[in-house]
Design a protein around this ligand. Structure first.
Ligand code: GTP
Ligand code: SPV
Ligand code: MN
Length: 597
């Protein structure tokens, strides 16, 4: 029996053991020897496949069940005491009812299996902004992923001491039955119960479940923010680094932006991007009254397809050792990995993501995909060639700009700036984006995704907007400036109008110039847009017309976005009733008036 010095952890763990009835319980101490033994065990049972040790040292492959390849939003619940606390866009069930339902499922679910106890820290161990969780899981794959994505083991227990405050995370793989799959947050209990999945955001409970859903609730009560945002540092030729946080929905470009390589002429001048985080920001007000960001994670759980030497060199480099690949394709000739967009040479002797041996080029020619569109790599952040020297800074980095963005073929311009924090909060609250393969369900459907937090807010979204407004009041004139970008605008033939990727640097430079008061802008109905010529297009193959389209606000289209009876902002806000902050209603009126003027 595992004996822990912390009585609260011990008592809770014993209760979970009594319910799940594992044959064995193993404490994850974080030692390399223990992790190595687990990798070996996972290979021996077929749970993981060892990849080419010379080309991909320390790398492993894992395939999940075909019905278990993405987050499941319709099976994700926020179980607050009242339905109003969870709000109209979260699934809700009364905690007692949910506990009863789940206990029946967990009962004896680990018979014949081993339960692993993973103490982990979100944020550098000992940082005043870090929080500790303990995940109980019967999956070695989860243990090995958590070892990359978070700080784990004995140092975390030492840091927790006898403090009873930790997030209680329980995961049982059970039989991966999608009909009994539940991803459940109990914010008031700091508890997360996940069952019948073995995939990413459903089971690596430190990530979306804790660092966003539970943490957003804690942040509201404690005066800080947990956001679905990357953190990057942009260094100018003088060697000054400014930090930007950006919230884009799942599979909409956070990892890519966080690691971008500037276009050649800017690189030559001495511009450089440093990665602090690629998915989640915890934001606190520092002693100087400014907003500071830490990345609570220690690794990247990144989208594989589309990642290439050209599109995201730094992400690809990060995956060259100590990485776990999930649901990509295998090249059986040399036991390396492949996915759509990696290069133009799909392996002939391939195993596609579901496990069938196929001829890659023929399979693709027939319309197949070798890698699942939401296949992922789990890579240690320390592998990243441009990891920020501030990555482990327990105080975080000061934020100059907050950027919202979505995947919109129409309507949203390449970039615009909000007038102030309140308007910026409205811009975030009214974000919309086309759905992606990161969650189960239809792909390419435009939906509202406020602050890229629709699937991740741990309480009523209207109260969350209220919290944003509160934070803005506390920050006052030290608040970061708020912007909105869209890399995904398309022409009538369906081609992207903007080259994206490294060239997004050109937009970031305008944003930082605006923050520093170095560049003027045109005031339009929705805020401020760049004056013609103020976005650096040197060396870009883009027509004046296309650039104009990218920066023009089509008032008719925008009015539709406000008024559409099904998808419009008005309709969207209405569901929050009295809980909608009056400031948001005011901003909506202003926008409508501006568009009609
Ligand atoms: P999550 O990990 O799900 O939160 O995703 P993410 O926001 O980190 O998205 P990621 O950077 O992994 O990008 C997702 C997909 O969008 C990949 O297939 C990228 O190749 C593509 N993408 C990223 N940036 C751009 C861009 O600037 N332009 C275009 N056209 N595609 C992009
Ligand atoms: C996302 O979907 O936003 C992800 C991947 O970052 S997951 O961890 O599955 O949530
Ligand atoms: Mn994400």
């Amino acid at each position: 029996m595992v004996q822990l010095a912390n009585k609260s952890v011990q008592t809770w763990m014993e209760e979970m053991i009594a319910m799940c009835m594992p044959d064995e319980v193993v404490l994850i101490d974080g030692s390399e020897a223990q992790l190595a033994a687990l990798r070996e065990e996972a290979v021996s049972t077929g749970e993981m496949i060892k990849l080419n040790e010379e080309k991909l040292p320390g790398c492993y492959y894992h395939r999940t069940a075909e019905n278990d390849v993405a987050r499941v939003e319709d099976r994700t619940f926020i179980c607050t005491p009242t339905e109003e606390e969870a709000g109209p866009i979260n699934n809700w069930m009364a905690p007692d009812e949910m506990y009863a339902k789940l206990k029946a499922l967990y009962n004896g679910s680990m018979k014949g299996r081993t339960m692993y106890v993973i103490p982990y820290s979100m944020g550098p161990v000992g940082s005043p902004f870090s929080k500790i969780g303990v995940e109980l899981t019967d999956s070695i794959y989860v243990v090995l992923n958590m070892a990359i994505m978070t700080r784990i083991g004995q140092p975390v227990l030492d840091s927790l001491g006898d403090n009873p405050e930790f997030v209680k995370c329980l995961h049982a793989k059970k039989d991966v039955n999608p009909d009994d799959r539940y991803i459940v947050q109990f914010p008031q209990d700091s508890a997360i119960w996940s069952i019948n999945s073995a995939y990413g955001g459903n089971v690596l409970l430190g990530k979306k479940c804790f660092a966003l859903r539970i943490a957003s609730y804690l942040g509201k009560n404690e005066g800080w923010m947990a956001e679905h945002m990357l953190i990057l540092g942009l260094e100018n030729p003088e060697g000054e680094v400014k930090y930007i946080c950006a919230a884009f929905p799942s599979a909409c470009g956070k990892t890519n932006l966080a690691m971008l390589i500037p276009p050649e002429h800017l690189r030559e001048k001495g511009y450089k991007v440093w990665t602090v985080g690629d998915d989640i920001s915890w934001l606190n007000i520092g002693p100087d009254g400014r907003l500071y960001a830490i990345n609570p994670e220690a690794g990247f759980f990144g989208v594989a397809p589309g990642t290439s030497e050209k599109s995201n060199f730094n992400a690809l480099e990060s995956t060259k050792q100590g990485t776990i690949f999930t649901n990509v394709a295998i090249n059986n000739d040399d036991m390396t990995v492949w996915w759509e967009g990696l290069d133009k040479n799909p392996p002939v002797n391939a195993t596609e993501w579901k496990g069938a041996k196929v001829n890659g080029p023929e399979y693709i020619a027939a319309g197949g995909k070798l890698a699942h569109p939401n296949s992922r790599f789990t890579a240690p952040a320390k592998n990243c060639p441009c990891i920020s020297p501030e990555f482990e800074n327990p105080q975080g980095v000061p934020v100059d700009a907050i950027v919202f963005g979505g995947r919109r073929a129409k309507c949203a311009p390449l970039v615009y700036q909000s007038r102030d924090w309140q308007h910026g909060t409205f811009v975030g609250a009214t974000m919309a984006s086309e759905t992606t393969a990161a969650a189960a369900g239809a792909v390419g459907v435009v939906r509202r995704d406020p602050m890229a937090m629709k699937p991740f807010v741990g309480y009523n979204m209207a109260d969350y907007w209220g919290h944003w407004l509160e934070m803005g009041k506390k920050l006052g004139d030290k608040a970061p400036k708020i912007f909105h970008v869209n890399w995904f605008r398309k022409d009538d033939e369906g081609n992207f109008l903007w080259p994206g990727f490294g060239d997004n640097m050109r937009v970031l430079l305008w944003i930082l110039d605006r923050c520093a008061g170095k560049v003027d802008a045109d005031e339009v109905a929705v805020g401020y847009v760049p004056k013609p010529g103020d976005i650096d297009t040197a060396g870009l193959d883009i027509s004046e017309d296309d650039l104009k389209t990218l920066l023009t606000i089509d008032k008719t289209e925008w009015l539709k976005d406000v008024e559409d009876p099904e998808t419009g902002i008005k309709q969207y806000f209405a569901q929050f009733g009295d809980r909608l902050p009056k400031e948001m209603a005011e901003e909506l009126e202003k926008l409508e008036a501006n568009l009609k003027a």
